[in-house]
Write a protein that binds this ligand. Structure first.
Ligand code: NDP
Length: 316
């Protein structure tokens, strides 16, 4: 019987190639996507064999109600759960006004962080029942970390003292720190929350559940549709910049392989780790556990982020 993995945002980019790599390793993949038809086409286009290797289930991470519905549907399907990959994300660098979730929360942080925060908390129950070594993996990114070259480009992420979360995160509030709306910063803030969530999950639940919680930065996957909401010229130049200037470029296939390794390979069964690869663009670049940014390793901030997020998603 195959181990089962749920991957959010598997209709495109890193998530799609991770689904392919895991199916090829003999996993049963639940592609958790907001657009079923698109996910179906995507799976076919990269050649994931249909028979017995994957299924597609609906989730909209920008809606907390939809996340809860997904969990109910997943449980009703009777599948066991051996790994969860939180991968879906939106990046909307050019919008001037914040978009809102049905609950009224700013949409980038809801999709990338709050939706996944709720999903992780609900699915701990399912992971606990796994008969193998369950893992929960959250996609991080270099842009969360101003200590690295790729994280130095402004605006820098800054959760402040999470005033925006504390005040309810609804109109007129749109940023976690309660300051002026800045869509690029909202994305980076959400990724800091992703890393903090992984570390808090580890601190709170690793010992009692045996689940391994980890994050990774697969490299700069400059050709994924993540940048589809950017200027067309940016979309053309960015991959070249990453290939020839920063050296951070990796292909979608390689990024998918790296996610699959963290989910499935014995050497990645380490909880609390943030994985990165040396010589990022190099297929043989070695992985190592990297120190996360000062904000993302701030335990007090992590604890406050956890408590406030739990309130916002209705868990506290
Ligand atoms: P893509 O835009 O290619 O893929 C994002 C996926 O998330 C798509 O499947 C998209 O669905 C899905 N998604 C977006 N919003 C929702 C929603 N509300 N509900 C459900 N699914 C949703 O991006 P990438 O593959 O590049 O990014 C994947 C992850 O990798 C992200 O977490 C990103 O932060 C991380 N990452 C990316 C890097 C890069 O350089 N690209 C670098 C480091 C990390 P749909 O197809 O319907 O739009």
């Amino acid at each position: 019987h195959k181990p089962t993995v749920v991957i959010t945002g598997a209709s495109s980019g890193v998530g799609l190639y991770a689904a392919k790599a895991l199916a090829e390793r003999g996993w049963y993949v639940v592609m958790a996507c907001r657009d079923i038809a698109k996910a179906q086409l995507a799976a076919q286009s990269v050649g994931i064999p249909h028979q017995g290797s994957y299924t597609i289930m609906h989730i909209d991470l920008g809606s907390l109600e939809s996340v809860r519905q997904f969990v109910n549907n997943f449980r009703a399907s009777g599948n066991s759960l051996d790994a969860l990959v939180c991968n879906a994300a939106i990046y909307m660098p050019l919008i001037k006004e914040p978009l809102r979730s049905p609950e009224g929360y700013e949409l980038t942080v809801t999709t990338n962080h709050l939706g996944h925060f709720l999903l992780c908390n609900l699915m701990l129950e399912d992971l606990k029942k796994s008969s193998s070594q369950p893992r929960l993996v959250i996609l991080g990114t270099v842009t969360h970390n101003p200590d690295e070259l790729g994280g130095k480009i402004p605006p820098r992420p800054d959760l402040g003292d999470l005033q925006g979360f504390a005040e309810g995160f609804k109109k007129p509030i749109s940023m976690i720190d309660g300051k002026k709306f800045e869509p690029v910063k909202a994305y980076k803030d959400s990724k800091v929350c992703n890393v903090l969530t992984m570390r808090e999950l580890h601190r709170r639940y690793h010992e009692s559940t045996g689940i391994a919680f980890s994050s990774l930065y697969p490299g700069c996957v400059a050709e994924t549709p993540l940048f589809r909401n950017h200027y067309p010229l940016f979309q053309k130049i960015f991959p070249l910049f990453q290939k020839y200037i920063t050296g951070g470029y990796v292909s979608q296939e390689l990024a998918g392989e790296r996610v699959a390794a963290v989910v499935a390979d014995p050497e990645y069964n380490q909880s609390g780790a943030y994985w990165s690869w040396g010589n990022r663009q190099n297929k043989d670049g070695k992985s190592f556990v990297q120190k996360v940014s000062p904000q993302a390793r701030d335990d007090e901030k992590g604890d406050r982020m956890w408590e406030l997020s739990a309130k916002l998603v209705g868990l506290a």
